[in-house]
Write a protein that binds this ligand. Structure first.
Ligand code: MYR
Length: 178
């Protein structure tokens, strides 16, 4: 019993550490870059580079085969969020053509205890997550568009990432991987 509660405690500490570390990164970037659009761009790029690397770990840890359609891909993304961030977004709002869906988050571990000052209301604070999804999917030859369409951090009713299938890619080294 004591061991289980200390494991829960340690998960809580890890998630708080993540929130604080990410907050420090974003604050530093706000100081370092000239404008918000540049910060938004860089956060997405960092996420993209993470996704490009993370997919290999994900595929080997889950022993995953290729997804046959976007529904399977959505399930894998959900599984990845559970595995790496211990949150399980709900998959919903499918487009009729099943080429577009939403991930709805009850909790965004990057934004717990965060408040955005009014002068950075255009900051895409958690844009790193969209970059991560985009980078990971590009490695399995799926080009997607990924963006927050609602964010509780900005006063919206929920936090929702929209993922849209763009096209299947030929095998190629992704542009801009560092
Ligand atoms: C395939 O079609 O070949 C497999 C697709 C696997 C997709 C896994 C996507 C992982 C997205 C990572 C998001 C991480 C968020 C922390």
């Amino acid at each position: 019993m004591a061991r289980q509660s200390s494991r829960l405690e340690s998960k809580k500490v890890n998630s708080e550490l993540l929130t604080l570390t990410y907050g420090a990164l974003v604050s530093q970037m706000l100081r370092d870059f000239e404008n918000l659009e540049e910060v938004n761009k860089q956060l997405e790029r960092i996420g993209y580079n993470m996704g490009v690397r993370l997919i290999e770990d994900f595929l080997s840890r889950t022993n995953s085969g290729r997804c046959l359609d976007m529904r399977e891909t959505a399930d894998k993304i959900q599984q990845a969020f559970k595995m790496y961030l211990n949150v399980q977004p709900t998959i919903s709002n499918w487009a009729a053509a099943t080429d577009e869906f939403s991930l709805i988050f009850d909790v965004n571990p990057l934004t717990e205890f965060v408040e955005l000052p009014a002068d950075v209301s255009n900051l895409r604070y958690s844009g790193i997550l969209c970059g991560c999804i985009r980078g990971a999917l590009e490695m399995v030859q799926l080009e997607v568009q990924c963006q927050f369409v609602q964010d509780q951090l900005k006063g919206d009713a929920s936090t929702e990432i929209r993922v849209k299938f763009i096209r299947r890619l030929q095998d190629a080294t992704p542009a801009g991987v560092l």
